[in-house]
Design a protein around this ligand. Sequence first.
Ligand code: HEC
Length: 106
Amino acid sequence: MKSKLVLLSIVFSLIFTNSIFADQKQLVGADADYGEHLFGECVTCHNSTGLGKGIPKITGMKTNQFITKILAYKSKEKENAVMQMVAERLGEEEINSLALYLSKLK
Ligand code: HEC
């Protein structure tokens, strides 16, 4: 019984590590320190805890979720003049670095 539990937890941790790895593998050029630096521009609105008035929390966001949202502003699929302007200026490495940094925050 106990060994089954151990085996089960090993299987689960393998699945878990794999999914993290798969998630970060797509992050070409991602650098969390660079992400932290870039986030300095965002905190005016999404303040350091990510909870500005009427502005959504972006810290702790899953990398894929963050990238999807930023790309939606970039392509003007998602409406918001401010965020479209912010997203327009971000390149792939910048988006990926921000994604990595934000996903590490609570
Ligand atoms: C001038 C204020 C302002 C700045 C600066 C700003 N944002 Fe935003 N952001 C907003 C507002 C307002 C929204 C909500 C827009 C909407 O309703 O779609 C938003 C939405 C978002 C969302 C979508 C969140 C969600 O859950 O839907 C993301 C992701 C985001 N911002 C990332 C960033 C990043 C990264 C930066 C810095 C590079 C940044 N923002 C800078 C005001 C700002």
